[in-house]
Design a protein around this ligand. Structure first.
Ligand SMILES: Cc1cc2nc3c(=O)[nH]c(=O)nc-3n(C[C@H](O)[C@H](O)[C@H](O)COP(=O)(O)OP(=O)(O)OC[C@H]3O[C@@H](n4cnc5c(N)ncnc54)[C@H](O)[C@@H]3O)c2cc1C
Length: 377
């Protein structure tokens, strides 16, 4: 349970809370670049910046339970500074080897280079004839296809792209996670767009883009495993973020329903309001219990892929219900542009698709039990 984490993690949680509370109040506005830099510098001094970075490169390499505590605490503060507290994480580059690792990993951790993850393919009538593929040409791969939803792709230095390498003689074939540098001839952005949560994305087109086969992360054939490893960690983060937002929202509504209402008494004195308010507490409690149980499983080294999917589905859907109910209880003010609940309402909607559509995860959970006998109750 969240309250029985080890003392060092309770300490981490309160350090993050105090760190954010001590920052200047910019309201709900965007953080100017100089202030963002100051937050990063202060975070380094407070020994928080390197929390999620690998130990081999000077980081603290927080384990799964510590990461969950940190992500949840960050989201529970609903702070505009959240993006700047922890330093960049290696993402797919963590599994790179040799010169590719030397070239990218230190630069990524120093914030000098940034990668985007290109996995999702277009669906519907515009979909290409087959998922993004690569054919070998000497020591290179020629990549063709499209990726439809690449977050941060407009300013990325490179993309981690899942491709399918065609069979050729006895050379390895199958899914591969490939690093493709931005600006590589044959790679174009055909669309830039933003989503209602405020995120910026692009879709990418590859037309026989020539990429050294040495840019494959891991081995040709195991790309799906690498991509899923990345997505699994993202799902745990989205779950912890959902719980943090649920906590912040429940506290916000608590303050609202216990304050004097224009009618003269408190909204929280009305039985109907209490029923709705209780739902916020029940769902937040259940979501956090699930999150911490799963985090402990991951911490113990168990294969918790199914439990992480279940947690992601439940927490992301719960926080959508929670924020929706909060808007209803706070009333029309909550829908005014710039109100914290208006922002959260837009933000939480994307959580049910990012990291995997919830119904698709449901199918995978069923498949895990029915076809692979995996998954815990
Ligand atoms: C904010 C945000 C950021 C994102 N960032 C990235 C990123 O950086 N990189 C990246 O690669 N992707 C990213 N995505 C894409 C995200 O992973 C996909 O949107 C998600 O996986 C769903 O895929 P899709 O949009 O292609 O929908 P589809 O796969 O077309 O599915 C649409 C809907 O159809 C239904 N559905 C589909 N298949 C089934 C089925 N078999 N059974 C039942 N129902 C089904 C579900 O309701 C599903 O929601 C991001 C998405 C969002 C919202």
């Amino acid at each position: 349970m969240p309250e029985t984490v080890p003392p060092d993690l309770l300490d981490l949680r309160s350090r993050i809370q105090s760190f954010l509370a001590a920052l200047p109040d910019v309201g709900n506005d965007d953080v100017p670049a100089d202030l963002a830099e100051e937050v990063r510098a202060r975070s380094r001094e407070a020994a928080l910046f390197t929390l999620l970075q690998p130990r081999s490169l000077g980081g603290d390499e927080a384990g799964p339970l510590a990461r969950v505590v940190a992500w949840e605490a960050l989201a529970a503060a609903n702070s505009p500074y959240a993006h700047f507290v922890f330093g960049p994480r290696p993402g797919i580059v963590a599994r790179a080897e040799g010169p590719l690792r030397d070239r990218l990993l230190p630069a990524v951790l120093a914030g000098e280079k940034r990668g985007s993850f290109a996995f999702t393919e277009p669906s519907g009538p515009d979909a290409p004839p087959r998922p993004t593929w690569a054919r070998r040409d000497g020591d290179d791969l020629l990549v063709t296809g499209r990726k439809s939803y690449v977050s941060g792709g407009a300013t990325a230095d490179f993309y981690g792209v899942l491709v399918n390498v065609d069979p050729e003689g006895d050379r390895p074939a199958g899914p591969a996670m490939l690093v493709i540098e931005a600006g590589t001839p044959g790679v174009t952005m055909d669309r830039r767009f933003s989503s209602l949560d405020g995120g910026h994305h692009v879709s990418l087109v590859f037309e026989e883009a020539r990429v050294p086969a040495a840019n494959v992360i891991g081995r040709v054939g195991d790309g799906m495993r690498g991509a899923l490893g990345n997505i699994t960690d993202e799902r745990l983060e989205l779950s912890a973020t959902s719980c943090g937002i649920a906590m912040w929202t429940t506290e916000f509504v608590t303050a609202h329903v216990t304050a004097t209402h224009p009618s003269g008494n408190r909204l929280g004195d009305r039985e109907g309001v209490r029923l709705r308010y209780s739902d916020l507490r029940i769902e937040t409690y259940a979501a956090r219990a699930m999150l911490y149980r799963t985090a402990r499983m991951v911490e113990s080294g168990a294969d918790a892929m199914n439990e992480i999917m279940a947690t992601k589905v439940f927490t992301c859907e719960a926080v959508n219900r929670i924020v929706d109910t909060a808007v209803q209880l706070v009333g029309g003010n909550a829908l005014i542009s710039g109100h914290p609940l208006e922002k959260l309402y837009r933000r939480v909607r994307s959580l049910r698709l990012a990291g995997g559509a919830t119904d698709v995860l449901r199918l995978n959970i069923a498949r895990g039990r029915i076809e692979f006998e995996s998954g815990t109750l």
